[in-house]
Design a protein around this ligand. Sequence first.
Ligand SMILES: NC(=O)c1ccc[n+]([C@@H]2O[C@H](COP(=O)([O-])OP(=O)(O)OC[C@H]3O[C@@H](n4cnc5c(N)ncnc54)[C@H](O)[C@@H]3O)[C@@H](O)[C@H]2O)c1
Ligand SMILES: N[C@@H](CCO)C(=O)O
Ligand code: NA
Length: 818
Amino acid sequence: MKVLKFGGTSVGTVDSIKTVIDILENNIANGEKIAVVFSAMGGVTNRLIEIGKMAAAGNTEYIEFLKVVEERHFAVVRGMINVKNQSSTFAAVRGLFNELGDILRGVSWIRELSERTLDLIMSFGERLSTLVISEILKSRGVDAEFCDARTIIHTNATYGMGDVDFEVTNRQILEYFAKTTSLQCVTGFIASTTDSVTTTLGRGGSDYTASIIGAAIDATVIEIWTDVDGMMTADPRKVANAFTIPSISYAEAMELSHFGAKVIYPPSLQPAFAKNIPLKVLNTFNTDFIGTFVQKGAEKKDYAITGISSIDEIALVNIQGSGMIGVAGISGRLFTALSVNDISVILISQASSEHSICFSIDPKNAQRAREVLEKEFSHEIALGYIDGISIEKNLSIIAIVGEGMKKSTGVSGKLFSVLGKNGINVVATAQGSSELNISVVISKGDLSKALNSIHGVFFQSETRSLNLFIVGVGLIGATLLEQIKNQTQYLRDEKLLNLNIAGLSNTKKMLLDPDGISTEQWRDRISDEGVKTSLPAFVQRMIELNLPNSVFVDCTSDKDIVQYYNMLLEASISVVTPNKVANSGLYAEYTALKRTALKRGVKFLYETNVGAGLPIINTIQGLMSSGDKFLKIEAILSGTLSYIFNSFGPGIRFADVVKEAKAKGFTEPDPREDLSGADVARKILILAREVGVPLEATDVHVAQLLPDNCLAAPTVENFFEELIVSDDYFAKLQADAEAQGEKLRYIATLENGKAVVELRTVDASHPFYTLSGSDNIVSFTTERYKDRPLVIKGPGAGAEVTASGVFADIMSISSYLG
Ligand SMILES: NC(=O)c1ccc[n+]([C@@H]2O[C@H](COP(=O)([O-])OP(=O)(O)OC[C@H]3O[C@@H](n4cnc5c(N)ncnc54)[C@H](O)[C@@H]3O)[C@@H](O)[C@H]2O)c1
Ligand SMILES: N[C@@H](CCO)C(=O)O
Ligand code: NA
């Protein structure tokens, strides 16, 4: 025989009851022998408690409230039973309400509501729902029978949570079921003492009823019908990617529910577990869904863990002192004192130094725990053996649970590593030798981020998300968004990676949306929904959102934005940028950023600072890490100047070539930076720093390229005018070089700790002679590349190559986050 149990929401409305009837009739049609347990209609139990309290307080409004409850039951009768069969059910329901009304009147007279009376009042919830549904079944020709569990389940007289007398109960259930062939509709939650006083079974009560009956009659399976798709890998309100666990062991279910998974309350299923009766958790509102199968042993799973659960709010108590080392009995006294005072301990951790014991409790008990322990250890504290009791609040616990972690390595490594990579500090941790649960205590503010990132790494086949916050949507920023748009599908399918644009800002408006800004509509959304740009507000909001795997992408050339990098890195947010300002500022600031990134376990990536997408910085970093030493760098580092010198010639105006370079997206937002040599100077400065030469910007010697009048131009427009004026100057430079069979090249060199940037002419024998377009070229002479230098060459400016370099940096973060 199968035992089915339907919870409050399943029997909460006419529509849901229709589905319940369908489920039952399908079972009957399939020839299944079944018994059914019902909860009270959703919300009724709480209402009855409220009504009881109102009556006890002498508030006669309870009568109106009761009428509403009555009407809910009548509505079901009207909706589900044909008119000619309704009257007897109406009469029976009215009879129960009359009885309840009498009891409540008594309560309001004597102004007292004992636990015992409350149990009696609550019992009407299940008695009513079960009565009505059994009548519905009968009216449809099913041989159904109402079974008042008070006649078969007996408890002691602990009201509110009766202790079941299994000997008597099991015998009575067996006798009862032996005598009947009708479908038994059993009231959940309620029982009685041997002298027929009504009691209730406490938390998870109706599940308990199903479990008691199932165990007594040796049911083949117990089906718990509820309003969710079974037990999930995590609380779906906190982790959007959570999914149903198809199969779980009793022990795992226990662990998960202990930490707040509210779907079932496994302690109430103990009788079924003890007899190895499997359990299914099914959804009345999604009957086709397979739900969760709960059974004794664990099945082989696809993942290393089965689920994640959490407690939102705990307090961590720490007691420490040198006097605890090697002294037996301290923990005995500690936990006895807590237990005597009814303070339940959620997690305990003690390191083998025995110098401290820490444990977590419900924060509402924190003050009391302090008092209890200060009293218990007053002597030791006075003598200085124990330093005192410290209590930390605003903490949460996360537990990863699964039989799969037994004897398998790497699970805790993965857990701590993902927390570390997301900058989440672990305050305390506990793992029992059952290896079923690893718990970590973290700051409450990190809970959502931690749950999501842990879920991401353990349930790998799901798509991971990288949350991007992009500031500056000019040429590079917009091209990057376009490239992301075109790669979205590929990255989802092939890399299981979702690039979520969680924030965007231009100079006028900004928009942050943790649910993502579509790359198809970002322009509309930022203009329709964006608010006035404020960089501090943008940064603050990012930090507050505290999303896992966050990356700040600075696609501006703003000098002020850089002051936020350190703050972002400190908040465990990676930074990716083509903006050279940070790395070409003070040397101390440059090293500080690197240190913060290292400390926080996040990335600060800026490959496009030099040579756009060309792998220049990465190459240096690789060589440096592997111990190579740089002897000399010689390079052409300006795409703009390269393009200009490759395109300028007789019959062409210099200013026009500069304009072309700008139109092609090679120049800096302000082209004077390129032509003054400032941009190249910054780049060689950055390269110097990368190879370990701690230069400041003022150490770079820049030979002047422009005539004074151009350099002095106050605006970009002015600048172009001055370029026109100076056309002869440039034409002569070019003609002189040509006459020698040489080409103009703006070359940066780093040698013997000195950085120089100057305009040179090179002949055909020089490797830099043959450049074309916006090519950059870098030649590294190192101890390993001494005779023939390592050369990197290719387009070193432009929207596509730069954006793709930024994109590549972002991708490298995604693989680092695993
Ligand atoms: N163009 C290239 O080939 C290239 C190559 C390598 C690196 N870079 C670097 O990339 C960065 C962007 O260059 P670009 O060519 O896209 O320039 P751009 O002028 O087209 O884009 C920069 C955008 O940032 C916006 N902006 C500036 N300050 C802002 C702020 N505080 N908040 C929000 N938005 C702000 C500007 O309005 C502009 O739209 C620069 O730092 C540049 O040095 C460019
Ligand atoms: N303006 C820069 C862009 C690349 O950093 C250049 O011309 O090289
Ligand atoms: Na580069």
